[in-house]
Design a protein around this ligand. Sequence first.
Ligand code: AMP
Length: 631
Amino acid sequence: MKSLEDYKALHQASIADPEGFWTREAQRIDWSTPPRRALENDQPPFAHWFPGGETNLCHNAVDRWAAVRPDAPALICVSTETGSERTYSFAEVKAEVSAWAAAYQALGCGQGDRVLIYMPMIAEAAFAMLAAARIGAIHTVVFGGFASGALAARIDDAKPKLIVAADAGSRMGKVIAYKPLLDQALGIADHRPDKVIMVNRGLAPFHLAHHDVDAETLIAEHRGKEIACIPLPSAHPSYILYTSGTTGKPKGVQRDTGGYAVALAASMEHIFYGQPGGVFFSTSDIGWVVGHSYIVYGPLIAGMASIVYEGTPTRPDPGILWSLVAKHRVRTMFTAPTALRLLKKEDPAYLKAHDCTSLKALFVAGEPLDEPTALWIAEALGVPILDNYWQTETGWPILTLCRNLCDAPVKPGSPGLPVFGFDVRLVDERTGQPAAQGEKGVLTLAAPLPPGALTTLWQDDARFQSAYFGDFPGQNLYSTFDWGVQDEEGYTFILGRTDDVINVAGHRLGTREIEQAITTHPAVADTAVVGVADPLKGQTPIAFVVVKGGHGAGPDLAAEIVQAVAREIGALAKPQGVYFVPALPKTRSGKVLRRAIQAVWEDRDPGDLTTIEDEGALEAIRILRQGAPSP
Ligand code: AMP
């Protein structure tokens, strides 16, 4: 273990000499053709990691281990919703993934084609992803909680050749049929996939339409076929993952192959206690970036077994996560603060009843970890609680404490130090110049972004440049759109978003997207959505709505508006309150003052209002706040 100073020197070396640092790290994975060099950076901010190298994510995650430890567990699929559990060894995963890859090819899908995956947390979801990686198809997983509008937007952007879906998911014992949502989405979308591969779990009525193929029959036809992993250029896109931004149009984060494999392998070694034969348990979902990096690819690349969990933290009882830790002797666990806050409300006996001594650490990410929750869980588990800060875009942690490289202590409220490869700079929001020590600044990353980070936005290099690098022209600084502050030892504290993105239970939602969903209702003239503090979810969206003349405002309309959001985006984006106002507070140039609204709602100073058009509009919100229930 190294001291804080040693770690800082190592981090500095990773920035000053990326060539040397990443050439060494690249040896953690198998290459069919070794790279010419680590980095080609002649077109910033587009970095090309490991040029000349050829590799395959599926080979590194599956075949590599199937060759040496075929019977070791790879995927432990547990559903407390259906009461099922099945473990697949590396050899079994290889066989299944090979059959899926053969099926894709038989349906005319090959290198560079997109496969959209709209699935619950079942083994087939992981097979569908790995099979795409195996043949160089580009997967794009859409979170099962998204509804038809959001799904249609992603179908039209990614233009998948194939879609893989299931009849249904299940949450808290309630079956959520996916097929009707998918059919609706296909009704809205302009793009048509060639085929839809449907997994039938027997949870919801199952009808195959003309373009649908039954997965079980299809895969049975291809079982036993050996489809080799195709060596892919390091820069070949492995996947697209959509995330919210400030406009209504989601951003298609594009990841490469070689850089991603190396970054995950390095993070498993230095951050996540990776060890072949160990068990990794992340409670996230394959629809999110954590699911890509630390349910499917990262643990498998490290030769670990990964638990694929369909269920919630509290069902059948609030001890379920810990019982899985005890049963499978989990080494590394990863969850979100919201899950911990949920469990904190329950009887601590549920935790104490299970033997969690196999755990090395509990990692949490996705939203701020509040100190009382951190202290509670640290005391209850007796292992380090390691907060890690990152984004869909970066693919792996920007800030944390790399326990394999540094024994610096945890500081409550801070995810820790910049991770190797990330050139973190806190800068003045207007000039891009370094913020003074102890002063709040925008958290930026100086290009080149490290391996594993997004290489561009899907078919939109211009948006990649303008959205992330446009705030500080000429400086090649990637904006995270988060505020941060650093203490004298270099620990960074995250202070919230600089933009109109909100974070609900660790999920990023764009307020513009929710507003667009609300304005699909014919009675709505104008709306503003803001995220306000919520004791459990961190933030929750609330909507202010101006009704068109001739329409009556009231509880029925509010319910219809909430339904419109559920229909367009999904239940996770439903506003917790809908408030009718005569006008929205706007600047003279017509920009909605979302941050002022949020401040008024949270009983804070709304700040400088010199640009406001109409003070009365904010006053109307103040009055509503007085009558609204406390969060
Ligand atoms: P997503 O891309 O959906 O994972 O959202 C990323 C955003 O979540 C970041 O830009 C932060 O605003 C927030 N976030 C992620 N991890 C943390 C963390 N450990 N502490 C505070 N905020 C976080």
